[in-house]
Write a protein that binds this ligand. Structure first.
Ligand SMILES: Nc1ncnc2c1ncn2[C@@H]1O[C@H](COP(=O)(O)OP(=O)(O)O)[C@@H](O)[C@H]1O
Ligand SMILES: [Mg+2]
Length: 369
C-alpha cells in the first residue's frame, strides 16, 4: 500500500486531480496545518513490483495525453495563423478604403459618422485577429528580463475596473521572486485573460487569489510531465472560488474558439493565447478545477539566465501624420493593401513607386536610381 500525505489542504480541484493520478490502492490523507500550497510526499511502504509497474504505466498515459494535446494545439495554431494572415490583409484594405472615403467627406456629413462606426467594427475584428496571430506565433516577442510581481501589479490595476465589488482580490507575491524572461505586454495579456475568466466564473462574487513562488522542478516531476525540463521556475497561480469546470470542458479550454459563454461574451481565444505565450517562453501550464468549487491555473516560467532587470524600454516614437515629398518604394503582394497604402502616401505628398514582388521592386529601384 502506498500512502500519499497532503500536509496542506488542497487547492480548488486539486484533490480530484490527485485522485485521478493515483490508483485505487493508494491512500490519500490530509494534514491539518494550513499554508498556501499543496505539498504531497509519497511515503513508500512495501512497494511491490506490480504496483510500481502500474504507476509507471499511469504516468506514461498522462504524458501521452499531454503530448497529444500539444500536437493538436500546434496544428490548430498553424491553421489559425494562415487564416489570420489573410484576414488581416482584408481588414487593412477595408480600413484603408474607409479612411480614404472619409478624406473625401466633410466631417459634418452624415456618412462620415457611419464610416466612423465602420472603423470601430474593423478595429474589433482586427483585435480578434491579433489574438489569433499571437496564438499562431506570428508575432515577434520583445523578450526582456522581468519581475513577474511587477507585471501582476500592473495587470491588476488595469483589470480592477472590470472586477465587481463582490470579487475580493488576494495576492501572495513572493518577495524574493526570481526574474523571468518574457514579453511584458504578452504576459500582461496572459494575466488579464486569467483574471477576467476568474471574474466570469464568479457571477455571485468570490475570491480571486494570485500567488507567486520560486520552485525547483526535479527529475521526478519532469518525468511525469510532458516536455518539462528539470530546473528553477517561477510559479504563478491564479485561483477563483467560482463555478469550476467539468472534466469534458477542462479538456478543451485551450482550443481556439472553445467557449461556454453566451454569444457576444466569449471569443474562446483567451486561454489559447495564455497557452501559446507560456509555451513560447518554455513554460508550462496546468489547470485544476472542481465543479461548484473553483479553478486554479498554475503557470511555471523558467528562471531568467540573467540576474539584472533590463533597462526600461524607451517610449516608442509617436506615429506622426506628417507630410513629405520624398519618393517611396512600396512592396506589397496584396493588391488591395497596396492600393490603399499607395493612395494614403500620395495623399500626404509622397511620390510612390509600387511593386507587387521583390523582383519588381529591384527593377523599379534600378530604373529610378
Ligand atoms: N476560471 C475559470 N472557471 C471556470 N471556467 C473557466 C475558467 N477559465 C476558463 N474557463 C472555461 O474555459 C473556456 C474558454 O476560456 P477562454 O479561452 O478564456 O475563452 P472565453 O473566456 O472567451 O470563453 C470558458 O468559456 C470557460 O468555459
Ligand atoms: Mg476568456
Amino acid at each position: 500500500m502506498l500512502s500519499v500525505h497532503l500536509s496542506d489542504p488542497p487547492e480548488a480541484g486539486c484533490l480530484s486531480y490527485l485522485r485521478s493520478l493515483l490508483s485505487a490502492d493508494i491512500q490519500l490523507t490530509l494534514g491539518d496545518d494550513c499554508p498556501e500550497h499543496v505539498v504531497f510526499s509519497p511515503h513508500r511502504g512495501g512497494d511491490s513490483a506490480e504496483s510500481e509497474r502500474m504507476r509507471m504505466e499511469q504516468e506514461l498515459q498522462i504524458v501521452r495525453e499531454q503530448l497529444l494535446q500539444a500536437q493538436r494545439m500546434e496544428s490548430i495554431g498553424q491553421m489559425a495563423g494562415g487564416v489570420a494572415h489573410d484576414f488581416n490583409n482584408m481588414l487593412t484594405a477595408i480600413l484603408g478604403y474607409i479612411e480614404l472615403a472619409q478624406g473625401e467627406l466633410d466631417p459634418q456629413h452624415r456618412a462620415y459618422q457611419f464610416l466612423e462606426s465602420a472603423i470601430r467594427g474593423v478595429e474589433k475584428a482586427s483585435e480578434f485577429t491579433r489574438q489569433l496571430t499571437l496564438f499562431a506565433r506570428r508575432q515577434p516577442m520583445q523578450i526582456q528580463t522581468l519581475q513577474l510581481n511587477a507585471i501582476i501589479q500592473e495587470a491588476l490595476q488595469f483589470t480592477q475596473r472590470w472586477l465587481p465589488a463582490n470579487v475580493q482580490v488576494r495576492t501572495f507575491l513572493a518577495e524574493d521572486l526570481w526574474l523571468i524572461e518574457g514579453d511584458a505586454s504578452q504576459l500582461t495579456q496572459v494575466l488579464t485573460n486569467l483574471f477576467l475568466n476568474a471574474r466570469d466564473a464568479m457571477p455571485q462574487g468570490g475570491v480571486l487569489t494570485i500567488e507567486t513562488q520560486n520552485v525547483v522542478l526535479d527529475q521526478d516531476y519532469a518525468r511525469r510531465h510532458y516536455e518539462v525540463v528539470p530546473g528553477e521556475y517561477v510559479m504563478l497561480s491564479v485561483s477563483d472560488t467560482g463555478i469550476g469546470m467539468s472534466p469534458s470542458v477542462q479538456k478543451r479550454i485551450f482550443e481556439p474558439f472553445f467557449t461556454t459563454k453566451p454569444q457576444g461574451q466569449g471569443t474562446g481565444l483567451g486561454l489559447t493565447v495564455v497557452y501559446s505565450v507560456v509555451k513560447q517562453l518554455g513554460g508550462h501550464i496546468w489547470v485544476y478545477s472542481e465543479e461548484g468549487r473553483g479553478t486554479t491555473f498554475k503557470i511555471y516560467l523558467p528562471r531568467a539566465a540573467h540576474e539584472s532587470l533590463a533597462p526600461t524600454l524607451a517610449v516608442p516614437p509617436a506615429i506622426t501624420t506628417e507630410r513629405g515629398s520624398e519618393t517611396i518604394l512600396l512592396v506589397e503582394d496584396e493588391a488591395d493593401v497596396r492600393t490603399v497604402a499607395v493612395e494614403a502616401l500620395r495623399a500626404r505628398g509622397y511620390t510612390v513607386l509600387e511593386a507587387a514582388t521583390p523582383t519588381e521592386a529591384l527593377q523599379l529601384a534600378q530604373e529610378n536610381k
